[in-house]
Design a protein. Structure first.
Length: 353
């Protein structure tokens, strides 16, 4: 922490000001976190309103902010049915791994050269943005780190296989299947990729790559996990970067801009890969109501409305209406794609201020 000598004293919109009063353009949006800019008035107002209503709701209870957010995100995500809340990108990647392991009964993961998935014990093992990061990173941690199979990454400009896109026929993607079949010891639970290799150089996956990985995962019974910690929440134009490729992964990992500066992450999973007992994943402050309410105010509205015919449901913005999910699912899986579970209820209690 604090690798840069600059001390940030103030931030507004897309600019930050240092302690000496010098202003800078923040070209990386606070490390891809504040996609709507710093102190966005609508988002800040939502946070303040939620603090005045309730600044914390224990995860053992259902809460409108997280249920509403989960419902919106699940509706927007391609093919997803459940959302697991986490605190950081790293623990969300672990949540994704956990889901993949539970559903497949296997425990190995395929990851790419130049990937970055976090710094917990399990995710460190899948991260390798440059060789020095790998060297010694697992020293003394071997018994806790993930069994991983590293494969050369996609990069048409500097192809690790020294091939060219005109004739390679997506060799890098096809090689993944070979490694699952020939390089695995105990069975691959999941293949984890980024749609754009972010820390690995902001490299977009080539056309057809994710489709090929999708087909391989289906054939080999492994979860296709797309780490969208950096790329989701509109960062790449579409809400999720995978939407540019028309691919439906089994699991999508969210972080950074999902919490917009508050520690909140998420794991979206389809029906097949959402088997996890409530006690198997979760932290005291998951789905923090302030972060969740802010985040639902900074996301697009769901495309469809709930099935009841009440007037509030014609509103184009779920957050403006009195609709929220009444799901009684565990605190970790707070939304279901089943529209039948969304009902209209009295408006949330407003602050007396
Ligand atoms: C693609 C990707 N995955 C996971 C992470 C880890 O997120 P966090 O730092 O919130 O644990 C990052 C962080 O930079 C990331 O870029």
């Amino acid at each position: 922490m604090g690798d840069e000598p600059m001390v940030i004293a103030d931030a507004q919109g897309f600019r930050v000001t240092d302690a000496a009063g010098k202003e800078y353009l923040d070209g990386i949006s606070g490390e891809w976190v504040v996609n709507l800019g710093y102190r966005n008035p609508e988002v800040a107002e939502a946070a303040i309103a939620q603090i005045m209503r309730s600044d914390f709701i224990a995860p053992m209870y259902n809460a409108e902010p997280r249920a509403l957010l989960a419902e919106k995100v699940v509706e927007m995500a391609p093919g997803m049915s459940k959302l697991l809340f986490g605190l950081s990108g790293s623990d969300a990647v672990e949540g994704a791994m956990h889901l993949a392991m539970r559903s497949t009964g296997k425990d190995e993961f395929v990851c790419l050269f130049q990937a970055y998935h976090g710094r917990t014990f399990a995710t460190l093992a899948l991260s390798y943005t440059y060789p020095s990061m790998y060297e010694g990173a697992k020293k003394g941690l071997e018994r806790y780190t993930t069994r991983q199979i590293r494969v050369p990454n996609y990069n048409c400009y500097r192809c690790p296989f020294e091939r060219t896109p005109d004739s390679c026929d997506l060799f890098c993607a096809r090689f993944v299947e070979r490694m699952i079949v020939e390089g695995s010891e105990g069975g691959v639970a999941g293949v984890i990729v980024e749609a754009y290799q972010a820390n690995g150089g902001m490299v977009p996956s080539p056309e057809g790559y994710l489709q090929e990985i999708r087909e391989i995962c289906t054939r080999q019974g492994a979860a296709m996990i797309v780490d969208e910690v950096q790329t989701a929440w509109g960062r790449c134009g579409e809400f999720f970067a995978v939407q540019h490729y028309g691919v439906e992964p089994d699991i999508i990992v969210l972080g950074k801009a999902f919490g917009g500066g508050f520690p909140m992450s998420g794991v979206l999973a389809n029906e097949q890969f959402s088997q996890l007992a409530a006690w198997e994943y979760g932290f005291t402050e998951i789905g923090h109501p302030v972060a969740a309410w802010r985040s639902s105010r900074s996301s697009s509205p769901p495309r469809s409305r709930c099935s009841c015919s009440a007037a509030c449901c014609s509103s184009s913005r779920a957050a403006d209406s009195a609709c929220w999910s009444t799901t009684t699912a565990s605190t970790v899986t707070t939304a279901s794609r089943s529209r039948g579970r969304t009902t209209c209820s009295p408006p949330p209690r407003r602050s007396s201020h």
